[in-house]
Design a protein around this ligand. Structure first.
Ligand code: ASP
Ligand code: MG
Length: 437
């Protein structure tokens, strides 16, 4: 059994949807996890925003335009009138469902219901296409097994139990199609795994079904050793360990949702990143092994704020950092990087929703300085502490760029730096030039 997850661009238009058929037509049992067609979830978010603002007319216009886009998809995707009619019927029922929300008070609950429609449509479109082509498959609703707990974290036990039970009903089918992204919450309401969460779905499903491999299909050949949006001549990394992949995904490489590494790692299931446009390329394989290259990849994460707390009370004191961390905990704000001296501590966060409240509370402990528009540059490679030479090489490469924080020794496979976002592209290029060429 393998999992094959196809992202929004891989189902982005009728041609792309048809192109999936040869990819899933080997004889292995598989669960195909689909995202919404690219652009759809954004449109659904816009509709929800208009409904929050009680702008019913504008929302209705957007719903109309979504409906006519999907009518065109249906016209193009199917070749028989019978399946065009079935497709239109399916779209009508989903559009009707969205339209109902224009008639009542709009809450978070309704928003999540609307956001689920993109994946419900894409999976139905694909299932109908396979039926039209006489390819046997089953459509398994993610809402019958995918679930998060009260904290919004996946309920691995529930997922495994329910997925196994559901799969018992589809013993004959080699191809099982299900939705990424959507789930139920602890109260049984429709919810989701947050934007980009379909990768996470695929990984949770792979763990729940004890898959041999989890494949994430996108429109790029895998993880690159630097960000191709800013740097020329990047190359694909063929092999990564789970830890390395988690660092890269978290620190900016957009190709994989960072949370999706965990379920795979815990169950030791390889993750393979593949390109739907170049299916013969082997892509990137993520396993428990690392091939210990000095430098594997560089990634950057923007939108970082740094808080610098300075206090004489920290001098030779214990318990000071606990007080600092408790403040971040109270505002449920995760910390990314931290460096300390004897009387000061610098902390970075990427969620600045509560930054003012956090700074206010921190001022009870000492003076606080905030700097925004920062980027974390993460270099993934072999940074075991008994080795020598890699840190100097990195500093030498970046000797024209002010380094605001350095985190070294926290992990054996990464070194992170904080710089001004305005210098990011330059830093990425310098690192590429010095470390990879
Ligand atoms: N459709 C969802 C989104 O656009 C989930 C995903 O594609 O991963 O965020
Ligand atoms: Mg994605």
């Amino acid at each position: 059994m393998k999992i094959m997850k196809f992202g929004g661009t891989s189902v982005g238009n009728p041609d792309r949807i048809r192109a999936l058929i040869p990819l899933i037509s080997d004889n292995e049992e598989k669960i195909v996890v689909l995202s919404a067609m690219s652009g759809t979830t954004n449109k659904l978010v816009e509709i929800a925003e208009l409904l929050y603002a009680d702008n019913i007319n504008a929302a209705s216009l957007k719903i109309d335009s979504l409906s006519s886009n999907y009518y065109q998809v249906v016209e193009d995707l199917y070749s028989t009138n019978e399946y065009k009619a079935l497709g239109h019927e399916m779209i009508d029922s989903h559009i009707e469902y969205i339209r109902n929300f224009t008639l009542r008070v709009f809450t978070k609950l309704q928003e999540k219901a609307i956001l689920s429609v993109g994946e419900l449509i894409s999976t139905s479109l694909f299932h109908l296409l396979l039926q039209e082509r006489n390819i046997e498959s089953a459509l398994l609703p993610a809402l019958s097994f995918m679930r998060v707990d009260k904290d919004g974290e996946p309920d691995a036990f529930y997922i495994k139990e329910n997925l196994s039970r559901e799969l018992e009903n589809y013993k004959k089918e080699k191809i099982i199609i299900t939705q990424g992204f959507i789930c139920r919450n602890a109260y049984g309401e429709i919810d989701n795994l947050k934007r980009g969460g379909s990768d996470f779905s695929a990984s949770l499903i792979g763990a729940g079904a004890n898959a041999r491999e989890i494949q994430i299909w996108t429109d790029i050949n895998g993880f690159h050793n630097n960000d191709p949006r800013y740097v020329e001549h990047t190359s694909v990394i063929r092999q990564l360990s789970f830890d390395e992949a988690a660092e890269l995904a978290y620190f900016g490489a957009k190709i994989l949702h960072p949370s999706s590494v965990n379920p795979a790692r815990e169950n030791n299931i390889p993750v393979r990143l593949k390109n739907t446009m170049e299916p013969d390329d082997e892509g990137t394989l993520i396993t428990s092994e690392s091939d210990q290259l000095d430098y594997k990849a560089v990634a950057a994460k923007d939108g970082i704020s740094v808080l610098r707390i300075r206090s004489d009370r920290m001098l030779m004191a214990y318990g000071f950092l606990r007080k600092v961390f408790e403040i971040f905990e109270a505002y449920r704000t995760p910390i990314d990087m931290i460096t300390t001296s004897e009387i000061s501590v610098s902390i970075t966060i990427d969620n600045s929703d509560f930054i003012d409240q956090i700074a206010k509370d921190l001022r009870d402990l000492g003076s606080v300085e905030i700097e925004q528009n920062q980027s974390i540059i993460c270099i993934v490679g072999d940074f075991r502490t008994e080795r020598t030479g890699s840190a100097p090489e990195i500093f030498e490469a970046l000797n024209t760029i002010p380094l605001k924080m350095v985190s070294y020794g926290g992990s054996p496979h990464s070194l992170s730096l904080l710089i001004d976002t305005s210098r990011k592209t330059e830093a990425l290029r310098l690192l590429s030039k010095h470390l990879f060429n």
